[in-house]
Design a protein. Sequence first.
Length: 407
Amino acid sequence: MPVDPSQRKMRNGLLADELVSRGYNVVWFASRFEHARKIFAEGPDRQIVNNNLSIELLDGPGYKRNISLPRIRHQRSLALEFLKRANSMKRPQLMVAAYPAPELCLAACEFAKKNHIPIFVDARDPWPDSFWEYFPKPLRFAISPVVSYFDKILRKCFSNAVGIISISNYMLDWALSYAGRSKIDTDKVLYLGYKQAKATHFAEVPNEFTAKTPLKIVFVGTFGKSYDLGLVLDGMQILEKDFAGLVVCRLVGDGQYSDMWRSKAQDISGVIFEGWKDGAGIEKILADSHVGLIPIKGGVSRFWIGNKLFEYTSHHLALINTAPEEVSRIIESNEIGFNLTENNPEKFAEIIKEYILNPNLLRTHRENAKKLFNESFDAKKIYSDYADHITDQIQVNNNVDQRAVSA
């Protein structure tokens, strides 16, 4: 939620900060409804952060289920509200629209086209391609109209953009396929990145893991369909026989499956549900952990390269990951953890055992994670590059305007 100072800044916030630091005036349009916790932010529609940054909170009815008609209705409301406000404002030199949200992104692209404003579309999630995996094959026909609806929006958004920004190489290829063109100079992969951890001390790896100095593993995220905490809990159950007390698993977050996971974990020692934490609370837990978990599943997993990869490596954590493709290759080539396939709790347990029995391997993976973050994932560098890339287009556009005037 952009207006909550206790929450960690994500992609839009980090980019806004970088642009503001360069003297640009930034207007950030955001939903008043927070997707993760399904709550509404309080306060006025326009919130002034500083002299160069304001946040426009857009109203919508909200929704309970992530894939649902009420969510489409909510996004349409945001799009209409955006157009109403944007039409009454001074025209910007440049626009950036995140995809998704689909309807809001489309509204921004159509506004930009009408007013001859260059717009970049930032591809972050593979809607609607990921939808199929969340439904059994006999029921997939039922979501065909929804997929077709988003498909049309997607093609319009990417084909109207002056350039496509993407959070991964795999996602950029996906976006270009919908744009119907090859990669050009204004297309660019820019990882989500993360700020350097505020902590000055990180959990040390003991020479031997014991009940007093256990291996500490952590998951931070939403307890929903995209993450298989059942894999983690089943793996912890396997470890009960010979390694009980030698590993502590902290699960940070909340969501629609929270009660189910808590019930499943009742008889498993070493599993701690931390509930929802603010940014400072998450920082503290991560700094006191050794291993970060990425148990992603379903249709989005082959595209996924989300915040956890960067957040965990910023805290020097080794990784246990189920995401295939790009994330898997990053982990393997940089030797920062282990990859495993979905639905394989036995392999998960084996990895934990290997770390417990070989602390030096864990030390090596954590050192490699720290090095990788500093070289490739530091938000300061990524969002400096992001700002360079998009503001270059302002100069290009200004030059075009000047030639038009001189003609």
